[in-house]
Design a binder for this molecule. Structure first.
Ligand code: GDP
Ligand code: MG
Length: 163
């Protein structure tokens, strides 16, 4: 069985960009408009000989109760249930937001390994970024740049090591 990595996080943090880099496809819709990818996307990633499944989710909102936001939250809950490991993406340029805090609260009771991945970290001070997101209470944040590829291979090797 291939391990399943699920990407979660609020809209516009770079989930689809990371999905595309991991799967080397343009399957996920990358948009400047937040929340455009409204469904889950599945792709196959490879590191060395090892294959894994990657799931891209729409903008994760654990509190929304109606309409499209409710549907997106439902999709995200299903994706959590499918995960062997969750990558919780945050935006290193925007810094920690209240929405990140809400998602962190949900993920702390996911019953699955969660790694905080600080995207858009190219050119940022690692120590400053790490301190900000460490406060989410989900361990040491892992900085990457999905757009440039920095840190992505190391990230996958690290999170898949236990599987
Ligand atoms: P999603 O809503 O979480 O799926 O985010 P997207 O993948 O659609 O990306 C949202 C925006 O962030 C797009 O404009 C991307 O080009 C940009 N972006 C994604 N990754 C990076 C990165 O590593 N660095 C920077 N500077 N921008 C990024
Ligand atoms: Mg997306």
């Amino acid at each position: 069985m291939k391990p399943t990595i699920v990407l979660v996080g609020r809209p516009n943090v770079g989930k689809s960009t990371l999905f595309n880099r991991l799967t080397r496809t343009r399957d996920a819709l990358v948009a400047d408009q937040p929340g455009l990818t409204r469904d889950r996307h599945y792709g196959i990633g490879r590191v060395g000989e090892r294959e894994y499944l990657v799931v891209d989710t729409a903008g994760f909102d654990p509190v929304a109760k109606d309409g499209i936001m409710h549907e997106m939250a439902r999709q995200a809950e299903q994706a959590i249930a499918e995960a062997d490991v969750l990558l919780f993406l945050v935006d290193g340029r925007a810094g920690r937001t209240p929405h990140d805090e809400q998602i962190a609260a949900r993920l702390r009771r996911a019953g699955r390994p969660v790694h905080v991945v600080v995207n858009k970290a190219e050119g940022l001070d690692r120590a400053t970024v790490a301190a900000d997101f460490h406060a989410l209470g989900l361990g040491d944040p892992l900085p990457v740049s999905a757009a440039h590829g920095d840190g992505v291979k190391q990230l996958v090797e690290f999170v898949l090591a236990p599987f």
